[in-house]
Design a protein around this ligand. Structure first.
Ligand SMILES: Cc1cc2nc3c(=O)[nH]c(=O)nc-3n(C[C@H](O)[C@H](O)[C@H](O)COP(=O)(O)OP(=O)(O)OC[C@H]3O[C@@H](n4cnc5c(N)ncnc54)[C@H](O)[C@@H]3O)c2cc1C
Length: 231
């Protein structure tokens, strides 16, 4: 893992969050881009690492992304964002193939990927790796990220707020690293900070799941008022 050695470093892309979403995003970006992958704890601590049962994707011949969308909307009881559900269900099969090609060892039934039928799904579509699916995904993606020279992993680094230009365009972020507030420039910033289970009194989510990305996006994560950029 790389420490934040050069405080004035500019990245092409800053990915905030090193769960499955952040790691996968970093790996999908072209390797001629400099990427900073930020996590406020260690890479091994995320909800993704704790996920157990598996990942749903319409992989079988008897299934389709449309059926996956219908099941999800029905189970969502009015809470689903249709565009997001549709996008995820359509993209899921190719993303699974991509994870397999990156080395994620989902359980198999013969040569085929094993698919489980779970609640609310009308078809067998849950891929798994024993009951530690998340750990398998995170371990594999982390190993891939560590091989990529263009990706710097910044652990124990807390993203505070988006750094907006007067035009409103995001030009980087402010963060806390080693007890200092630092402003880091980037041409693009990806928020992959996970959910906010910790806003509830009782949750199975890890301590890092405090909904920071949502707060940053809506501009309420503002501990950085009055602090000037270092460069
Ligand atoms: C116990 C458990 C079991 C689950 N089982 C399943 C399952 O079987 N199937 C399923 O589909 N889903 C399951 N889930 C849900 C699933 O794990 C999550 O939806 C998914 O992992 C979210 O991935 P993510 O990458 O978006 O976020 P996360 O994996 O939560 O990663 C968020 C990352 O953002 C970082 N971060 C957050 N805020 C900041 C900040 N301000 N600065 C820097 N870094 C920050 C965190 O440190 C972390 O690295 C389960 C969840 C739990 C807790």
């Amino acid at each position: 893992m790389t420490p934040l050695q050069n405080l004035s470093q500019t990245f092409d892309v800053l990915v905030i969050g090193a769960g499955a979403a952040g790691l996968y995003t970093a790996l999908c970006l072209p390797d001629n881009l400099t990427i900073g992958l930020i996590t406020k704890d260690t890479v091994s601590l995320s909800a993704s690492d704790w996920a157990q049962g598996g990942i749903a994707a319409a992989m079988s011949k008897e299934d389709s992304p449309l059926l996956h969308v219908e099941d999800t909307i029905a189970a969502g009881a009015g809470l689903c964002d249709f565009a997001a559900v549709n996008f995820l269900a359509q993209k899921a099969p190719s993303c699974i193939q991509s994870l397999v090609s990156m080395g994620v060892a989902f359980d198999r039934q013969g040569e085929q990927l094993a698919l489980t039928l779970e609640a609310a799904h009308s078809r067998r579509r849950v891929l798994h790796a024993a009951d530690t699916t998340g750990k398998e995904v995170i371990t594999t993606l982390t190993a891939q990220v560590l091989q990529r020279k263009n990706i710097s992993i910044l652990q124990k680094t807390l993203a505070l707020s988006l750094w907006l230009a007067q035009t409103g365009r995001c030009q980087g972020i402010s963060l806390i690293y080693d007890h200092r507030v630092i402003w880091v420039r980037a041409k693009a910033v990806v928020l992959a900070t996970g959910g906010g289970g910790q806003v509830f009194a009782h949750t199975t989510n890890p301590a890092v799941s405090t909904g920071d990305g949502g707060a940053m996006h809506s501009g309420t994560c503002g501990f950085s008022y009055g602090v000037q950029p270092l460069y």
